[in-house]
Structure formats: structure tokens, C-alpha cells
Write a protein that binds this ligand. Structure first.
Ligand SMILES: [Zn+2]
Length: 255
């Protein structure tokens, strides 16, 4: 079982943010930003076994999930949790793909989880607690990094870590703009194949899973589940949620 927080990568990202956004200081994971609000970072990597022979086939498991602990208090968001998309540096049409990624999770619960009308804002950036749940593209020099999700949460029990009963305050998703990104421009759906680039909706759906409150799972038998923690170029299977992804959402917000 792997920890959800990658301190080294987060530190590198913090440096990156410091370079590209002068004056903004991003705390390391676990560092209090304001009383009882903590930050955690989830980094999504390309699969480390890329190019190696496929191991012996194994039975895949589809009905597994891990909760981070914190969740949204939906009573504060009667129209769903709002979010902001900054399309600067994204492929044309990415806003609709990001919206579809959020809606995939919203469909997994009868609760109104996310707002239906994201704001498009070219001045909304990631990695800082600014009251906006934003999605943006930014250059991250580490070529292994595909994307990442920041979560700020109220550490209600004062445990210093994510636990059940904590409440999400804000989240930011960043796509690494130094990667090649593409979208399913003409909507072929299941026959769609994007080679040599990452699919925005595929990666976006995984990242939004963290915003929902789900953790990465890394064992290869879970590789068909959206919250499997690795991806590769051309992959589209994370677009459709697996049973475990849906069960995890329902465990937090009801069926
Ligand atoms: Zn992840």
C-alpha cells in the first residue's frame, strides 16, 4: 500500500510554483496554512514499467477503492461544488473534456456533487489556496509527472493527517503542460485511440477522483479501475468509472 503523499515530488512542484508564480509560497504537504487547514498533494505518474514485457496475465479486480478520509460538506453547496477551468496551454476543446470528467463522478451518486456550469477563467492558477477549485495547465519540468491534485482540508480532529470526519476546503488540479495532450475531438467514444499523447478526459477523470475524496491504488490487479495510480499515453480506460470508483463515491455521498 502506497502513501498518498509524495513529499519529494511535492517539494519539487513547490519550487516550480515559486519560480513561475513570484511571491506565491506553497507549503509542503502537512504544513498548516491557516489554523486547522492542511494541504496534501497527489502526483500522477507514467507507469514505471513502460516498455517492459507484459507480466503473466492476472485476474483483474474491479470493485476496490480507498477513501482519502476528507470529503465535501455538500450542505454548503446546494448547486454542487463549483470549479474553475483555465484553458491556457490546454488543447482546443479541453474545457468540455474536463467538464465531462467531473460529470462522470457526479453521475455516480444521486447527490449534486459538482456544479453544472464551471467558470472559464484564464487568470486562475493552481497550487495556492485562493478559494477557487481550479483546473489548469502548467509546465512541470519532471517528465514523469502527468498531473497532480492539491487538496486543502479542515483537519477537524487535529490528527495532522487526512482522516474520516475531515472536510475538504479547496482543491486544484494541474495538468503538466510539458506533456503532449489530446482530446477525442470527434467523439468516437469507445473506438477512440490517441497515441503518443495523454488524453485530457482520461487523466482528468482520475484527478477528479481525488477531488471526490478517493485515493490512488497501485497494485496491478486494480489497473482497470479509474483510481489506479498510473497511466500511459493513449490510455482512455479511466474515462469510464469501474464498480470500485462508483462504490467509493456512494460510500461518501450516497448512492
Ligand atoms: Zn492519482
Amino acid at each position: 500500500m502506497s502513501s498518498r503523499i509524495f513529499p519529494v515530488a511535492a517539494f519539487v512542484l513547490a519550487l516550480v510554483v515559486g519560480l513561475v508564480t513570484p511571491g506565491v509560497v506553497v507549503a509542503k504537504p502537512g504544513t498548516p496554512i491557516s489554523p486547522k487547514v492542511l494541504e496534501a498533494v497527489f502526483i500522477h505518474y507514467e507507469h514505471p514499467a513502460k516498455g517492459k514485457p507484459t507480466p503473466t496475465p492476472e485476474d483483474k479486480v474491479y470493485d476496490y477503492y480507498l477513501l482519502l478520509g476528507p470529503m465535501w460538506d455538500l450542505s454548503q453547496y446546494p448547486a454542487g461544488v463549483p470549479y474553475v477551468i483555465n484553458p491556457t496551454g490546454a488543447p482546443v476543446g479541453a474545457e468540455l473534456e474536463v467538464k465531462a470528467a467531473f460529470e462522470a463522478w457526479d453521475a455516480a451518486t444521486s447527490a449534486e456533487l459538482f456544479g453544472d456550469s464551471p467558470v472559464i477563467d484564464g487568470n486562475s492558477w493552481w497550487g495556492r489556496e485562493d478559494g477557487k477549485n481550479n483546473v489548469s495547465w502548467q509546465v512541470i519540468p519532471d517528465g514523469r509527472v502527468i498531473a497532480g491534485t492539491w487538496i486543502w482540508y479542515f483537519d477537524n480532529d487535529g490528527s495532522g493527517t487526512m482522516t474520516t470526519g475531515d472536510v475538504i476546503k479547496e482543491t486544484d488540479i494541474v495538468f503538466n503542460a510539458s506533456q503532449k495532450w489530446g482530446i477525442d475531438a470527434d467523439g468516437e467514444g469507445t473506438t477512440y485511440k490517441l497515441s503518443r499523447m495523454y488524453d485530457v478526459r482520461n487523466i482528468g477523470t482520475h484527478e477528479v477522483g481525488h477531488v471526490v475524496g478517493l485515493d490512488d491504488i497501485y497494485e496491478s490487479k486494480y489497473s482497470e479501475i479509474t483510481m489506479y495510480g498510473y497511466s500511459s499515453k493513449g490510455e482512455t480506460k479511466k474515462i469510464s468509472l469501474a464498480i470500485g470508483d462508483i462504490d467509493g463515491t456512494a460510500a461518501l455521498y450516497g448512492q
